[in-house]
Design a protein around this ligand. Structure first.
Ligand code: SAM
Length: 418
């Protein structure tokens, strides 16, 4: 069968461009993008897109609840005196976003060849029932007095691996097993292939040249380089913003906004410039805080707004666009630190223009699509770019991940062997 260049490229990269009329729209398949990080394993689509498999009855129930909410909301929006000043400002921003999101969704739905591929993307290859239910509780363990005593074993297939990363070597198993202190420690897979690691009978997959530091906010300064020439060129941050959602509270702890003022983002940046990507919720109060306090404190300038639009495998939005508390989109602010004036990439805004929309089918709760491949051309400084993710729950080839549970999505249950 005839395959278009766009489809061929999408199947390889996980990126499908839908740009039109000067607006930037792109559809991402995170599974395909993440797979570029792995050699011996693949991300399991059914594990990544597990939310798309929630039973139809459960889905129907939530739909019914949402429907009743829509009715209430519609009634309320008819009486504008119900909205306070901040809500009106939020509504105004939503109206600005609305046109560009609707255009993006239209472009996405009209790409017939892409629509035809969607059911394939999320396709279940292994039964979800075979996935182990138990998940390591890294956050809780990290808070125990025993935390400094926990150790993780990295199982390298190469027997003659020289190790200068501070771990100690165990026995002879045909390969090398190197044991590291798990918490408050920078652990790296410096080889060019995936490495399996074991902690308390769970297995984790560490992609090539990936590093992680599992620790609390108080330890993040340990990642600041001695000299900013060794700093990072791309800094992705998805903070645990407070938003009052009960589901979020159960899944990970949140922090008040002022804590993020002390994140050493400026100190982590490379002297030759860094692109900063900050994920945000839709709260108006938060937008004001980020623009007036947080970005100035971090030294982030020239930022632009992008949107992440969430769709279902059937192409429809995950919720109605105008639902006040259940927007089917989130905001992503992109800005620069230490941008050199003579850098030709000081013009990236031609591409990183306003109205950029990223469309994808969401994975697990709060899991964001990977941005590295998409934004690669807009990262300033020397190549290959040094990339770091703060508050990460996963690793990436060539990336450094910091947070209190960076191994969360590295559990072997999210992978299949190639
Ligand atoms: N970007 C991630 C993803 O795509 O899966 C989601 C990040 S989530 C919004 C925020 C993360 O920050 C959670 O993993 C949470 O446990 C972590 N976190 C919360 N409080 C923290 C703290 N004090 N120190 C380090 N990490 C913390």
């Amino acid at each position: 069968e005839e395959m278009s260049d766009a489809v061929r490229s999408f199947l390889d990269t996980g990126i499908y461009r839908l740009d039109r009329d000067g607006s930037m729209v792109v559809f991402l398949d995170p599974v395909r993008i993440l797979n570029h990080s792995y050699s011996r394993f693949r991300v399991s689509p059914s594990a990544y897109y597990s939310r798309s498999f929630e039973t139809t009855t459960a889905a129907m129930k939530t739909d019914a609840v949402e429907d009743s909410r829509i009715v209430k909301k519609r009634k309320r929006t008819r009486a504008p005196r119900d909205l306070n000043e901040r809500e009106r400002a939020a509504e105004k921003r939503h109206q600005e976003a609305r046109t560009c999101l609707l255009n993006a969704h239209k472009a996405f739905l009209e790409a017939a060849e892409l629509q035809a591929l969607l059911p394939e993307l999320v396709k279940s290859e292994i039964s979800l029932l075979t996935r182990r239910a138990s998940e390591q509780k890294f956050i809780q363990l990290g808070g125990l007095w025993q935390a400094p005593l926990y150790e993780i074993s990295l199982c390298f297939r190469n027997k003659n691996l020289s190790d200068d990363t501070g771990g100690y070597r165990l026995g002879d198993h045909g390969g090398s097993i190197i044991v590291h202190q798990l918490y408050n420690n920078l652990i790296c897979n410096e080889t060019n292939e995936d490495v399996e690691a074991e902690f308390q009978s769970n297995h984790y997959i560490l992609p090539s040249r990936s590093c992680f530091h599992m620790s609390d906010l108080r330890q993040v300064r340990n990642l600041v380089p001695a000299h900013s020439k060794d700093g990072f060129n791309f800094i992705v941050i998805d903070p645990p913003w407070e938003n009052g959602s009960a589901c979020q509270k159960a899944l990970y702890p949140t922090l008040p906004n002022r804590y993020f003022l002390y994140l050493p983002v400026k100190e982590l940046a490379h002297e030759g410039g860094a692109l900063v990507a900050l994920w945000m919720t839709n709260r108006e109060k938060l937008r004001i805080f980020v623009e007036n306090e947080l970005f100035p404190a971090w030294g982030v300038t020239k930022f632009v707004l992008s949107y992440w639009l969430k769709v279902k495998p059937d192409g429809s939005l995950i919720s109605e666009l105008d639902l006040f508390h259940h927007r089917p989109y989130e905001c992503l602010l992109l800005g620069y630190i230490n941008l050199q004036n003579d850098d030709s990439r000081a013009m990236p805004f031609e591409y990183l223009g306003i109205n950029q929309v990223i469309v994808s089918i969401p994975g697990d709760y709060s899991r964001k699509p990977p941005l590295g491949q998409l934004l690669m051309d807009h990262i300033p400084g020397p190549k290959p770019a040094k990339c770091i993710e703060l508050f990460a729950r996963e690793l990436g080839a060539g990336w450094t991940s910091w947070g209190n549970e960076p191994l969360h999505f590295q559990d072997s249950k999210y992978f299949v062997e190639r």
